[in-house]
Ligand binder design. Structure first.
Ligand SMILES: [Zn+2]
Length: 267
């Protein structure tokens, strides 16, 4: 179950001892431009580097005891590429695209804070305990391309490489554009068909006056296929496009928008 906690939203399913996480809203930052206010963590939309740095610092602070010096962010490429990171990556990519391009991170190291940027795409956070060792966390960025490339499954497999069991993995899909507002064209449906098959496309891209895509359903199915138990999954039912006061939305703003951050850490 998702619940609001101050300026961020969190899921009870990710309540694993020794881990913290947050999905940001557009609230709680210092950006003052109409389209980026107030929590915008991406450069390139009108806010100065100083504002981005301060917002990222505030957001990391919502995890308790973390700062912008701990966060790791990279240029996202709508792929299924998930990088393993550790404390040597701390501080990468806040205002410049440092590090390797990717769409997700896995870490088993304390103190480093992987973060993805979204404004309609789905942020996914996973965590799992390990017997006799630190927990493992993963943070993923899943737009439709990354989703059908199975970044969710890739995140699960990368966690398993740390000795995590699938039945111990918890997964929460944060706020993203809902089926209500994610109108798509036949070209997108055809691309999904060719990558994941006609049945997958039929289940998740349906007529609602026009064609609409269901990012929630796609990612839940792929998490299930990767072995995550249904009772260990959660998805926010809030649509970033519908809720203008609470979330940034790329589609609603036609590109003029701020960007939210989703992040996790091991304590
Ligand atoms: Zn909507």
């Amino acid at each position: 179950m998702f619940y609001d906690d101050g300026y961020v939203t969190r899921s009870t399913v990710l309540d694993v001892a020794g881990t913290v996480h947050a999905f940001s809203t557009r609230l709680g930052g210092i950006s003052t431009l109409p389209h980026t206010q107030s929590m915008n963590i991406a450069p390139g939309y009108g806010d100065s580097e100083e504002i981005i740095r301060k917002n990222t610092d505030l957001l990391a602070g919502f995890l308790g005891g973390f700062s912008v010096a701990d966060t790791v962010c990279a240029h996202q490429i709508h792929s299924a590429k998930v990088r393993v990171i550790d404390s040597s990556n701390r501080g990468e990519g806040t205002v410049t695209d440092a590090g390797e391009d990717c769409d997700g991170y896995v870490t088993a190291t304390r103190g480093v804070v992987p973060m993805v940027r979204t404004a309609d795409c789905a942020p996914i956070i996973l965590c799992a305990p390990r017997e006799g060792s630190t927990p493992v966390v993963a943070v993923l960025h899943a737009g439709w391309r990354g989703t059908v490339a199975d970044i969710a499954g890739e995140g699960v497999r990368k966690m398993m490489s740390f000795g995590v069991k699938t039945e111990d993995i918890r997964a929460a899909i944060g706020p993203h554009i809902g089926f209500c507002c994610f109108e798509v064209g036949e070209d997108l449906r055809d691309a999904v068909r060719s990558i994941r098959g006609a049945d997958f496309a039929r289940r998740h891209i349906r007529e609602n006056g026009t064609l609409h895509a269901d990012l929630t359903g796609m990612n839940l199915e792929l998490l299930l296929e990767a072995g995550v138990l249904p009772e260990h999954m959660d998805a926010s039912c809030e649509c970033t496009f519908c809720l203008e006061e609470k979330y940034h939305s790329h589609r609603r703003g036609k590109g003029m928008r701020g960007t939210m951050g989703s992040l996790a850490a091991i304590l």
